[in-house]
Write a protein that binds this ligand. Structure first.
Ligand code: 13P
Ligand code: SF4
Length: 304
């Protein structure tokens, strides 16, 4: 429902020639006012192609950074700089340099949930939507280092029947979903299908009827004729699932699988940063250039 605040945001957006991009995990009211809501892949593609002068990025820091890398001539602003991703901080440049030294021939594939410094040391990036496709494009006899998500990495390895050198990072939000939670929900809703994000633990993924990125989960639940679904990912995704499928029922696999960082983005903070164009994300050009290469390669590999 439009309010004084959303009216103000819309007015500022026009004045600043801005576009608002939001991740599928942000608060419902933030998703409702955004021009585009999507997964990490869709957000980076939209950031790369928009002709707006200002991008208000509603998501976590690495996502806004990716937008800034892909759109160096645009001003990318973030409503709250404290919205980070703990997984992205689980590997440091020094640690990755050490691992690369141990495997000098290996190709480094980096999940987009990573810092710009790690991307700059990388051959190829991937998102949860295209990780299998990206690794499949690398010749079988080539060693592959996969950072930082051990769960996504092990999912890719299982899908391709291939050994990968995995970093031991993880998403605390998805790690909080346990097989016991899923079992409990399955008992309560025996007809429901279980759909999970590949950041979940392998034991949880083994229980899934379908595994996909956030946008992939939305697509699957919309197209599948089933009417009940247990959702194994961050609970913000239920907002869109329920709006886009009014006749279907969605149950979170775990009520505590929320990402506190995504929830830092509020309507008030969006209005404030549009007022004074504060919170700009700036990536030093040299690092941006090095980090752009693996992201662009990812977009090429997946034909985006
Ligand atoms: P998606 O790219 O699937 O939207 O996931 C991003 C993310 O941070 C998952 O935790
Ligand atoms: Fe990072 Fe997990 Fe939050 Fe995604 S849900 S932004 S991986 S902490």
């Amino acid at each position: 429902m439009p309010s004084e605040l959303t009216d103000r945001i819309n007015q500022l957006k026009t004045e600043r020639k801005a576009v608002i991009l939001a991740h599928n995990y942000t608060r419902g009211e933030v998703q409702d006012i955004a021009d585009y809501v999507g997964d990490s892949l869709g957000l980076s593609q939209t950031a790369a192609s928009t002709d707006a002068e200002v991008i208000v990025f509603c998501g976590v820091h690495f996502m806004a950074e990716t937008a800034a890398i892909l759109s160096p001539d645009k001003r990318v602003i973030m409503p709250d700089h404290h919205a980070g991703c703990p997984m992205a901080d689980m590997v440091t440049p020094r640690e990755l340099a050490e691992l690369k030294k141990q495997h000098p021939e290996a190709i480094v594939v980096t999940y987009v949930n990573s810092t710009v410094e790690i991307k700059a040391m990388t051959d190829l990036c991937c998102t949860s939507a295209n990780a299998v496709e990206v690794v499949r494009a690398i010749p079988d006899n080539q060693e592959v280092i996969f950072v930082p998500d051990r769960n996504l990495g092990s999912y890719v390895a299982t899908q391709l029947g291939r050994k990968l050198i995995l970093w031991n990072g993880f998403c605390p939000t998805h790690e909080r979903i346990f097989p016991e939670h899923v079992e409990l929900e399955k008992e309560k809703h025996p007809e429901a299908l279980f759909v999970a994000h590949p950041e979940c633990r392998p034991a949880v993924l083994e229980m899934a009827d379908h595994i996909a990125s956030t946008t992939g989960i939305l697509r699957y639940c919309h197209e599948n004729p089933a009417t009940e679904f247990i959702i194994g990912t961050e609970i913000g995704l239920l907002h869109r699932l329920r709006i886009e499928n009014p006749g279907k029922k969605f149950y979170p696999a775990s009520p505590v699988s929320d990402c506190p960082n995504m929830k830092l983005i509020t309507l008030e903070k969006i209005a404030w940063c549009l007022e004074d164009l504060s919170g700009e994300i700036k990536v030093p050009e040299e690092t941006a250039r090095a980090a752009r290469r693996p992201i662009e390669r990812m977009l090429e590999v997946t034909g985006a």
